[in-house]
Design a protein around this ligand. Sequence first.
Ligand code: ADP
Ligand code: MG
Length: 213
Amino acid sequence: MSASTTFSTLPLSPQTLANLTRLGYAEMTAIQAAALPPALLGKDLIAQAKTGSGKTAAFALTLLANLNPRRFAVQSLVLCPTRELADQVTAEVRRLARAEDNIKVVTLCGGVPLRGQLASLEHGAHIVVGTPGRVLDHLDRGSLPLDALNTLVLDEADRMLDMGFHDDIAKVAGRCPPQRQTLLFSATYPEGIAQLAARFLREPVTVKVEAQH
Ligand code: ADP
Ligand code: MG
């Protein structure tokens, strides 16, 4: 294992490193090794790598590093194209969070009754993962305060654009505090992604891992 691909080269807490070892994450994947150093410095990021390359942990470790567990307010928002993907991201964030921090992750997707989501938000959340339309519904209702938000993630951004979420993403991003960190993850990099990035990211670092034949 080369030194540059071990998680221990990153500015992560000993508890987080121990948790990664427990999960069997011995080495960083290529996109994690490229994305995590700038992301953990607080830079905005455009990260492109194929499906299955470990993009979720790259942004999950960043938003968890930015999180203050003692501050009971929504500090990270992850937008995903589908409910299935939002559930997967929620599960991975929960795995990577330190158990002792009691971090609350709430999933907000369309096609699910609002009532349970409203109750979960009322009860308090540190991290919200959801689909753009339903997240926007909650912003319009005033049920999702974002004044404490420090990290916005656009996951599978190419798929979100394919599904027609451009305007919803723009509205949600426009309601996030301007001094946040924004991370954009995508398997492909069509023109629409470049435009989205130009509008909502600040001096982003771009990292790209080419497919290994
Ligand atoms: P992507 O979002 O790029 O499609 P995922 O984040 O879903 O990929 O990761 C794919 C799989 O790889 C998941 O099962 C995840 O738990 C696993 N994984 C991620 N990072 C590592 C790592 N560093 N070591 C081992 N497994 C990992
Ligand atoms: Mg993914």
